[in-house]
Design a protein around this ligand. Structure first.
Ligand code: NAP
Length: 297
């Protein structure tokens, strides 16, 4: 129930009407005894500075940021967490005592949530990441945290791949050195990478359903290449509509372990809520049920 004392949280992006975040957050608040509500608020890039200042002035308790603002908002924060600095992208804003916003990024934590539940000798497996956009950055940071020693990044745009690799030079980090190599989608070497890979992550929208996409039957890298898959490979598709994607439906049928994007969505949302509320006790099952319910309907 919204009352005279209900405080605001929400999402800024353009567009935002497809977002499932309001469903999962609004389901969590009553269980946490928080008199808060979460709204998806469409915002154009030019309006971001005004919107952020106004929402801070209105005592907004926390914000999520989505496409296309994750990078722009990083420049509008008075503080950035180390992970937001490293990725150059912010998906969560927390009000700070300076009267501004502290920007952080919970996508990495969200990406890792389902992987951390799986016992695997991550150090000795080779990973493939398909895509070189915003979420590929969070995926690379997550794989680095797992200490995966070899990552092959596959993209279609050499300029974007180069910029991602130079921004994100894993070889410069401390600890185990991650060997990051990139390939264009037409590279014939990819067939050998597929045979060796223990983890393959789809960080492209290929297979995703939305009102502009009718090609939900497509599989990343095409259909034929997957017959060469390593029998122990784990397939991780960041997409959560449809559930499963054509790629994961094929993978599950062929006996591979498959993960879809729902747990990442849930993991990043729970991490944001924990930062806004200052508690680690987050009603994950209630949030998961709300997401499942909204996807089914
Ligand atoms: P993005 O920044 O637009 O990046 C998409 C990447 O996919 C780009 O590298 C793009 O290449 C590539 N790509 C797009 N269409 C392609 C095609 N037909 N063939 C080959 N490559 C193609 O998007 P994003 O934010 O990374 O999101 C990617 C997917 O992850 C989306 O489906 C999104 O819904 C999902 N996602 C899920 C979660 C979650 O919580 N589960 C979180 C974030 C994202 P170009 O650079 O050449 O355009």
């Amino acid at each position: 129930m919204i009352s005279g004392s209900t405080a605001l949280t929400g999402l800024l992006g353009d567009p935002v009407s497809h977002s499932l975040s309001p469903n999962m957050h609004n389901a969590a608040f009553p269980e946490m005894q928080l008199d808060w509500c979460y709204l998806a608020m469409p915002c154009k890039t030019n309006d971001l500075p005004t919107a952020l200042e106004a929402l801070r002035g209105l005592d907004c308790k926390g914000l999520n940021i989505t496409i296309p603002h994750k990078e722009t908002v990083a420049k509008l924060c008075s503080d950035l967490s180390p992970i937001a600095k490293k990725l150059g992208a912010v998906n969560t804003l927390i009000p700070n005592s300076k009267g501004g916003w502290t920007g952080t990024n919970t996508d990495v934590e969200g990406f890792l949530t389902p992987l951390k539940k799986i016992k695997k000798d991550w150090k000795n497996i080779e990973a493939i990441v398909i895509g070189s956009g915003g979420s590929a950055r969070a995926v690379l940071a997550g794989l680095e945290e797992l200490n995966i020693s070899k990552i092959n990044l596959i993209g279609r745009n050499q300029k974007k791949i180069n910029s991602l690799i130079s921004d994100f030079d894993l070889t410069k980090t401390k600890g185990i050195k991650t060997n990051l190599k990139s390939y264009l989608i037409e590279d014939l070497e990819i067939i050998n990478l597929i045979q060796r890979a223990g983890l393959i992550v789809n960080a492209t929208p290929i297979g995703m359903k939305n009102k502009n996409t009718i090609k939900t039957l497509q599989m990343p890298l095409g259909k034929d290449i997957w017959t060469n898959l390593n029998p122990h490979a784990l397939l991780y598709d960041l997409i959560y509509t449809p559930r499963p994607t054509t790629w994961l439906a094929w993978g599950c049928k062929a006996g591979f372990t498959c993960i879809d994007g729902l747990e990442m969505l849930l993991g990043q949302g729970a991490a944001s809520l924990s930062l806004w509320s200052g508690t680690k006790k987050i009603p994950i099952n209630t949030m998961r049920n709300a997401l499942n319910h909204s996807i089914e309907n």
